[in-house]
Design a protein around this ligand. Structure first.
Ligand code: URA
Length: 257
């Protein structure tokens, strides 16, 4: 299904909605059970626009939907893109019945980052959530090298200068625990909430305070929380209330200083 193209083959539309295989649908059509705009059709390959044409099977109207909204628990090792010649993408984790809607990731997580990734084909919602003016907060859990604490929290609250000179918006750092790796290297497990989405932002923020991220997971994006019952690599559709919370979300409007 290419972007912007509204019409699709009838057998594809019915197949995507789970009405059967292409050959089963061909049979239904041959049997005269399918009508478009009140007229029985005989060719299962006929093009129609599921948004505007009335498609009926055995006299029952078929309701097609335009948009899908998926929560993916992104695993490490896949890239946040819709296609790539070499790398496995997040789209490769979806079955065909969702791929046909051409969803795309709302924002990016690095290849080695895991956690919450929203996928949709609703460009308006994606645009709203990614709008820099909205300052949608995103919370990450991370393991970082060294013993981070109050000093780093204060720096992040003030804003830190990244390697390209950009000064970040205020961010909230919470230290969950301090520990050490087997070789004695000190580490900290933290949560960080940022309200912007610069390239590699969390990693670069920790670099700016002399640390390094060794593990990164996104827990939330605005009102949407990762469903921890989803195993890594699994996805589900958003619930109605999750979708509503995103649609009505106004952002925090955080500002510098
Ligand atoms: N910040 C990063 O550095 N990487 C991500 O994947 C997300 C936020």
């Amino acid at each position: 299904m290419s972007a912007g193209k509204k019409t699709q083959r009838l057998d594809k539309i019915l197949g995507n909605l789970g009405y059967g295989t292409r050959s089963e649908i061909k049979k239904y059509v041959k049997q005269g059970r399918v009508a478009i705009n009140g007229a029985v059709v005989k060719d299962s390959g006929i093009q129609c626009d599921p948004g505007t044409d009335v498609v009926e099977l055995d006299g029952e109207r078929i309701f097609y939907r335009e948009f899908v909204y998926l929560m993916l628990h992104k695993p490490p090792g896949v890239i946040s893109a819709t296609e790539d010649r070499r790398e496995k993408t997040v789209l490769d984790l979806l079955p065909m019945d969702f791929q046909v809607f051409s969803p795309f990731p709302v924002g990016r997580l690095d290849k080695d980052t895991e956690g919450l990734l929203l996928l949709t084909n609703d460009g308006q919602l994606a645009h709203d959530l990614l709008s820099p003016r909205k300052h949608v907060p995103k919370t990450y859990e991370a393991v970082v090298l060294g013993h981070v604490g109050d000093a780093e929290a204060a720096s992040f609250r003030e804003g830190v200068e990244l390697d390209d000179g950009y000064v970040t918006l205020p961010a909230e750092l919470e230290v969950l625990e301090h520990g050490a790796e087997a070789d004695g290297t000190r580490i900290s497990r933290i949560q960080l909430t940022i309200s912007e989405g610069k390239f590699h932002q969390v990693k670069r923020m920790f670099e700016s305070v002399g640390s390094r991220v060794t593990y990164l997971k996104r827990l939330s994006m605005g009102p949407l929380l990762l469903d921890e019952s989803l195993p890594l690599g699994a996805f589900r559709e958003l619930t109605d209330s999750e979708l509503e919370s995103l649609r009505t979300y106004k952002g925090t409007g955080a500002s510098k200083g």
